[in-house]
Design a protein around this ligand. Structure first.
Ligand SMILES: C[S@@+](CC[C@H](N)C(=O)[O-])C[C@H]1O[C@@H](n2cnc3c(N)ncnc32)[C@H](O)[C@@H]1O
Length: 311
């Protein structure tokens, strides 16, 4: 697909009905030869709408009005290009803990959590957040993660986590204002609740930062897993990561993780870890599949806002 077609598709399929500002920007870019030429100077993986729009927001530029966005981008072209070359889209959504919690709470406690593709590690604190499954609360404090759950009882307790570690190609640091500002810029403009959740979760993580290691999820997993304490159940997990990993590497990772002691939780789109015989998803929105040790359990929505357990 051409970059113009990518932006038009992003406007129609991803931003439409979700972010009017990004829908307007993406449509405008798809028709703007100068903007497309700017994007053409970047490697293909660095031309994505989310990266361009996030970088402009990170640099303080406007994203509501396409003309103002264009003026800012062209007027700050060296800075925009430099940030797009060095940064990556690595949205960290603590809300995804809400769909992990029923599985985590049912495993033998205590837990040693190892997240691959952890970004800043905000999903490594499922025991420190509060939850609302419909009108059923679990835990207390902030952030409160809302999840509409169908087909399974909400968890009765929080897990007991004694160790938490993450692996990422580019780990972000929750104690770095610049890294938190980048995570903030990746949240779409109208999504104030997600932004508040990000800030609250980053504040929780910053009081007890996780062990985050720079590395690849297949190559570097065994060494980090070997550091987990004896006497705790090792849980390797990942959410919304494998779509960024080429298919042969995904297969190498899945083989590797099955050979480790403990358990493996995946929360990924059905195209990256295909499971035979999945039921129809409960709606047209893009769903992830939650799976334990390779067995699919539920459809989940991408920010952890809903889960539908398989019958
Ligand atoms: C979209 S973010 C999701 C972050 C987090 N799992 C969440 O759900 O909030 C994907 C993360 O995976 C990381 N990643 C992509 N490929 C990877 C690989 N081969 N090894 C380790 N991390 C990887 C990226 O750097 C990024 O931080």
């Amino acid at each position: 697909m051409t970059t113009a077609a990518d932006y038009a598709e992003f406007a129609a399929r991803e931003a439409h009905g979700v972010s009017p500002a990004y829908e307007r920007l993406a449509l405008a870019v798809s028709r703007d030869q100068e903007m497309l030429a700017l994007l053409g100077t970047l490697p293909p993986a660095k031309r994505q709408p989310n990266l361009l729009f996030g970088v402009v927001r990170f640099l303080g530029g406007p994203v509501e009005d396409p003309a103002a966005f264009r003026d800012f981008t062209m007027g700050n072209r060296p800075a925009v290009e430099a940030e797009m070359r060095t940064r990556a889209t690595q949205t960290n959504e603590a809300g995804r803990c809400a769909v992990l919690l029923p599985v985590l709470a049912a495993l033998p406690q205590p837990l040693a959590l190892l997240e691959v593709g952890a970004s800043a590690g905000l999903c490594l604190y499922p025991d420190r957040y509060a939850y609302r499954y419909g009108d059923h609360p679990v835990g207390s404090g902030e952030p409160v993660l809302d999840c509409a759950v169908t087909g399974v009882a909400p968890p009765a307790r929080l897990p007991d986590v004694v160790w938490r570690a993450g692996l990422d190609l580019n780990p972000l640091d929750v104690t770095s204002p610049a890294d938190v500002a980048w995570l903030d810029a990746l949240v779409w403009p109208e999504h104030e609740r997600r932004r508040a959740r990000l800030r609250a979760a980053a504040a929780v993580a910053a009081t007890d930062p996780p062990l985050l290691v720079r590395g690849d999820l297949a190559d570097d997993l065994p060494d980090l897993a070997a550091k987990a304490p004896a006497g705790a159940t090792l849980v390797v997990f990942h959410t919304s990561v494998l779509y960024q990993v080429p298919a042969p590497r995904r297969e190498a990772f899945a083989k590797m993780v099955r050979g480790l002691p403990g358990h493996w939780i995946a929360n990924e789109t059905p195209d990256v870890l295909p499971y035979p015989g999945l039921p129809e998803p409960p709606g047209a929105a893009l769903h992830n599949v939650l799976a334990l040790d390779g067995t699919p359990l539920a459809w989940t929505l991408s920010h952890g806002q809903a889960m539908t357990w398989f019958a």
